[in-house]
Design a protein around this ligand. Structure first.
Ligand code: DHB
Ligand code: MG
Length: 227
């Protein structure tokens, strides 16, 4: 259930801290018109994740789950032409809409590459290209795709990362945790061995989960930094 106070604060923040932006507005309008589900990141979350990318001086950003390219545009803008966003989308029509939205925003293939394919098919290919020196590793990995594969994407994210200081961000981590991993009785010990438990045993990273509220209700993200 949505909470009107959270929505009001979210839109207040957006009004004062987010400069109106034609590319993002068009992406929302066109994605709605073309019938995409309204599950992209919110404007405030888009700004937050793009600030994180700036904060970590990201040059090569990998996104898993493009949808209509809304978050992709946020990231491409954060890189200011000094880097590249590589985004993976499994659905042909979603990819088409994302490419339309990116073209409207003036982004070129050298700025953003939307690869059509399933994450678990494309990621091993990217790993090979990095191994062969044909592609630079990624210093920011944004995972916003099917929940079933979150751990697999996370594991690839760390493998495809540039190493120490690289960031892996998993969207919707709390929804997943609450809906399936934490035992309904509230007993944390008997919870499922999900993403958060696996990341906790992963010596390659330091991580935390932040719960969030906003226009998109209660959820949260997992943020990991490669050691
Ligand atoms: C939903 C939200 C998301 O951010 C997402 O990636 C998938 C689904 C949702 O609200 O259902
Ligand atoms: Mg999401």
């Amino acid at each position: 259930p949505s909470n009107s106070r959270h929505e009001v604060v979210d839109s207040y923040v957006a009004t004062h801290l987010i400069t109106p932006n034609k590319a993002l507005e068009h992406a929302v309008e066109n994605s709605t018109k073309r019938g995409l589900p309204m599950i992209a990141v919110s404007p405030v979350q888009g700004k937050f994740t793009s600030l994180l990318a700036s904060l970590s001086s990201t040059r090569n950003l990998l996104e898993i789950g493009t949808l209509g390219g809304y978050s992709t545009i946020w990231f491409a803008q954060a890189l200011k032409g000094q880097g590249k966003v590589t985004s993976i989308e499994i659905d042909q029509s979603r990819r088409d809409i994302a490419v339309e939205n990116l073209q409207f925003g003036g982004f070129k293939p050298k700025d953003v590459d939307v690869i059509l394919g399933a994450g678990l098919d494309v990621l091993p290919r990217l790993a090979n290209e990095i191994k062969q020196g044909k592609r630079e590793p990624f210093d920011f990995i944004f995972i916003d795709a099917d929940w079933e594969n979150q751990w697999n994407y996370f594991d690839f994210g760390v493998k495809l990362s540039a190493g120490k200081g690289s960031v892996v961000y998993v969207d919707n981590a709390v929804r997943n945790l609450v809906e399936s991993d934490i035992d309904q009785s509230g007993s944390l010990e008997s919870g499922k061995d999900g993403l958060v438990a696996k990341v906790g045993r992963d010596d390659r990273v330091d991580a935390v989960v932040m719960q969030t509220v906003g226009g998109k209700d209660y959820d949260g993200f997992l943020l990991a930094v490669v050691k």
